[in-house]
Design a protein around this ligand. Sequence first.
Ligand code: ADP
Ligand code: MG
Length: 355
Amino acid sequence: MSDVVLSGVFKRYGRVNALVGADLTVPAGQLTAVLGPSGCGKTTLLRCLAGFERLDAGEIRIDGTLVAGGGRHLPAHRRNIAVVPQEGALFPHLSVAENVGYGLDRAARRSGRIDEVLTLVGLAGYGDRMPHQLSGGQQQRVAVARALAPRPSVVLLDEPFSALDAGLRTGLRHDVREALRADGATGVLVTHDQGEALSVADQVAVLCEGRVVQSAPPTTIYREPADPWVAGFVGDAMLLPAVVEQGAARTALGILPVTGATADGPATVLVRPEQLRFADGRDAVAATVLRHDFHGHDALIGLRLADGTQVTARILDGAAPVPLGGEVTVRVDGAARAFPARTLAGLPAEYQLTA
Ligand code: ADP
Ligand code: MG
């Protein structure tokens, strides 16, 4: 089991700065998800780790050993790292067993390792099939088995499930996590899907414009995002202007207890839609129902407050409390997370989530 540490990694392609001082620690034996929007440098980070790219600055250590940086560049085949690409990874003219055994020496092939990893990924007995006789999901399972077969110190997965149906993806990513765990492998899963990252990873590293902006367990990323951008990227977020005074924030949703280190004065506070309750009482505020988006397992209700602020409530039973245009009263359950007000400035327009 190996831990992997990237420190201050820079990577440029011509004029494009793909990584600008990326720091990341991948703990041994765990699955770390690298989460970020398209173009933020996820694939570049994996390619640097794997040894397919040379760093412009910074360093990478695996188990304490310098593999890149300071003039050193250990070639990909000497890093003991396996990569599972997005799709199309299998040799079409080789059987499943031959695909899995491709990187193994003869002794390892005879040792039963091929059957062992096929069992780990839920494909025991499929060794004689040809890739075209498998579904897309099964092909990705074979790709994972092939990556695990030579017992690499680290397995890198670059959006390996993105070409699959949503329903298939959920089962597959859990099985893949269990296979990595059972084999004691250290995994890095790249994804732009926050649901995927939060549900399977032991640790989530959020990448934004070439830099890791937060690295923490999924619950921490969701409940204690480092900044408003992370808050908006890892879930539905309402970011409201507020004035903080002695641990409470005055907002359009009322006076809310706050968490997070914030000095008194102007602030931005995060409220999640599941924190809004339809309730009356002294601390409830009036709202008009604007939208009702049914999602099966829940529904999102768009509301406009008296001052024009738009907010969203998540309700679980899916039933609209009142018709569109109707009046309700709402209240925030729990604390709001506060950020210094200035952190909103400088965010790209699409992350200006204050409705
Ligand atoms: P992601 O995987 O998060 O979508 P990438 O690592 O592929 O992001 O890309 C990061 C940035 O680097 C993007 O702006 C992308 O256009 C650019 N880039 C990636 N590969 C190359 C390349 N070979 N040449 C030039 N620009 C590249
Ligand atoms: Mg990519």
